[in-house]
Design a protein around this ligand. Structure first.
Ligand code: ATP
Ligand code: MN
Length: 447
């Protein structure tokens, strides 16, 4: 008989304006629990209720209090300490300013603030996005969260650009997982397939443009119009090489407020390029929190893998069981994103060939190459053989498929070259629809 040893607990008292920061690993034995015993506290803007015990795994968390509280921390975090200094007051001031813009938008029948967060890696962009979304929700708003950071893929899977309206506080345990109940609906998702916008800048730009036009249309709906959007962006936007895609995103989304976190040079460059008086864009400089934790490559990779696993198996709070099916090669049409073969380089102006090819899809013959791949299932249906649509040129086909959002993802868990079949894992039951499937760099090993 094995005896379960009770996890140690301790009481942490926070004074007004303090925050408890803790980190823990992904293993079951490293789980940390948190209970609010008295007062008020929030995790990235999501308020804790007074009774329940919240569970965290593989996380770096800040529990902030505006007025003081008493917390019970259970388990053994790898790090835990109380900090006196945080930028929360400046973040609240930003929220209050955005709220004024929403009120003004209501009065004038205009769109609410279109906010973009930019900054280098590990300055708290995603955390501030959550805080601003949660504060807006608390105020009765329904802002759209636009996430164009394909490294994280917070509301869908890594490799995606996505948007979704946030109508409830973000679940602090599940965060914005694709399976979480925060949004109720599945996000509008485009598949890019690479971790950095600099991997395939032309393709990235095309998808940003596409997502922007859909978000623009969505903004005309009354329940989100005056709430506006909050957009999270990839850290590569601050690189010199990322400047063009950054300004393209600002222009495509008609951004009118830019929050620059922890980067003086970018702040001054942007104020020069978009002088507030002529551009109508407010640019605000914000300090990064001392609590933000730098995440190394290995941890980021783990997060991505964790995210993919959650997509198929759910979270401890809401478990899912995926469906496995055997699919003949003849039933699937897989296209590779971002890696069109090059035209003979002499035929094209110097340097333009690789860029032009990024937005061209390439047919993939099913086989071992698909093993362990994550495939995005497009909403674009495969044309019936013999129909007019089946006569599309590869270029026309690429334009149709890339302009279409994806319905979801499947995982190729096994490939049998001899029988010409593959085993596919999907979150939903039933036959795979006759749709295009997109493959890129994303691979996953079930563990
Ligand atoms: P990236 O550029 O990689 O997307 P980012 O700028 O979005 O990074 P975040 O993801 O917000 O940064 O923060 C990095 C990590 O630090 C996250 O794990 C987050 O939960 C944690 N973190 C953020 N703020 C705090 C804080 N005040 N105390 C403790 N941990 C924090
Ligand atoms: Mn981020």
């Amino acid at each position: 008989e094995t005896k379960k040893v009770a996890a140690p607990t301790k009481i942490v008292q926070l004074k007004a304006g303090q925050e408890l920061r803790f980190e823990n690993g992904f293993a079951d034995s490293e789980t940390v629990t948190l209970k609010l015993k008295a007062g008020h506290a929030e995790v990235f803007g999501s308020e804790l209720a007074t009774d329940p015990s919240y569970t965290f795994s593989g996380r770096k968390v800040a529990v902030y209090t505006w007025h003081g509280c008493s917390l019970e921390l259970g388990g053994t975090p790898t790090v835990d300490y109380v900090a006196d200094e945080t930028p929360m007051q400046s973040y609240l001031n930003v929220h209050l300013a955005l709220e004024q813009l929403r009120v003004a938008a209501e009065e004038k029948g205009e769109d609410g603030p279109k906010v973009m967060l930019v900054g280098p890696a590990d300055v708290g962009k995603t955390s501030l996005a959550k805080i601003l979304l949660n504060y807006a929700v608390k105020q009765g708003r329904k802002p759209i969260f636009v996430d164009i950071d394909p490294n994280e893929g917070s509301i869908s899977l890594p490799g995606t650009l996505a948007a979704t309206a946030i109508g409830r506080p973000i679940d602090m345990e599940e965060e914005l997982s694709a399976s979480s109940a925060t949004t109720g609906t599945s996000p509008l998702t485009y598949y890019y397939g690479y971790p950095s916008p600099l991997d395939k800048p032309k393709l990235f730009g095309a998808l940003v443009g596409r997502l922007a036009s859909i978000v623009d249309r969505k903004m005309s709906e009354s329940d989100v119009k005056t709430s506006g959007f909050i957009m999270n962006t990839p850290s590569q936007f601050v690189d010199v090489a990322g400047y063009d895609i950054l300004t393209h995103a600002i222009d495509s989304f008609h951004v009118n407020a830019i929050l620059v976190i922890g980067h003086e040079r970018l702040y001054s460059e942007l104020t020069r390029r978009y002088p507030p008086a002529d551009s109508g864009i407010s640019i605000v400089k914000l300090a990064k929190s001392g609590g933000v934790v730098t995440r190394d490559k290995i941890y980021r990779r783990r997060l991505q893998m964790h995210k993919i696993k959650e997509y198929f198996y759910g979270t401890p709070k809401g478990e899912l069981s995926p469906y496995s099916s055997l699919v003949p090669f003849s039933d699937v049409a897989v296209r590779r994103v971002g890696e069109g073969t090059l035209a003979p380089s002499s035929a094209l102006p110097l340097g333009s060939a690789p860029l032009l090819q990024e937005t061209r899809l390439v047919k993939v013959d099913p086989g071992d190459i698909l093993h362990h791949s994550i495939l995005a299932v497009s909403h674009a249906a495969l044309p019936d053989p013999g129909s007019a649509a089946a006569q599309l040129t590869p270029e026309e086909e690429s334009n149709v498929v890339l302009a279409t959002n994806v319905a979801g993802f499947v995982y190729v868990s096994d490939v049998d070259e001899d029988k010409k079949k593959m085993t596919v894992l999907a979150p939903n039951p039933g036959r795979l629809p006759r749709r295009y499937m997109l493959m890129a760099a994303m691979k996953w090993m079930e563990t």
